[in-house]
Design a protein. Sequence first.
Length: 151
Amino acid sequence: MNPVLDNLYVPRVWFFGFYSRTRDPMRWWGHCDAWGVTKDDTWLFLDPNRTGLHVEVAHVAEEVEALLAMRIQCAEQIIRYEIPRRTWSLPMMAPGTCAAICGAAVGLRAWTPAQLRRKLLKSGGVLHYENTTRRPGSEAAAPDGGPYGQS
């Protein structure tokens, strides 16, 4: 049995977090990140931001809970996406924005977080969480420029 073809190590459920826009020119369109869970409950956290592509892998329950809590606290919306990865799609052609990189993880092409949000919902994603205390344009989510305490 080939574990790659069996999708043992590929996240079966993806979550996409969308964060508020700020006055910072690097976040005028907002920010997004993605995280997913595999069959054996290993979590992959993918955060493409201006300092690079940050990848965290967590398996211990306490670590996973801490990483999820950070994202849920700061996210404006979270979309749950269980659609299997597309086996064929055009290559990622957009500039390396956070939305382009997160969308490429599930075979979608997008340039801005708003465009990725629309494509996820249109192709079967479900709004999993919405923070009603945060309004678009609020800067409360990013006191130091990062979406959840990291720049």
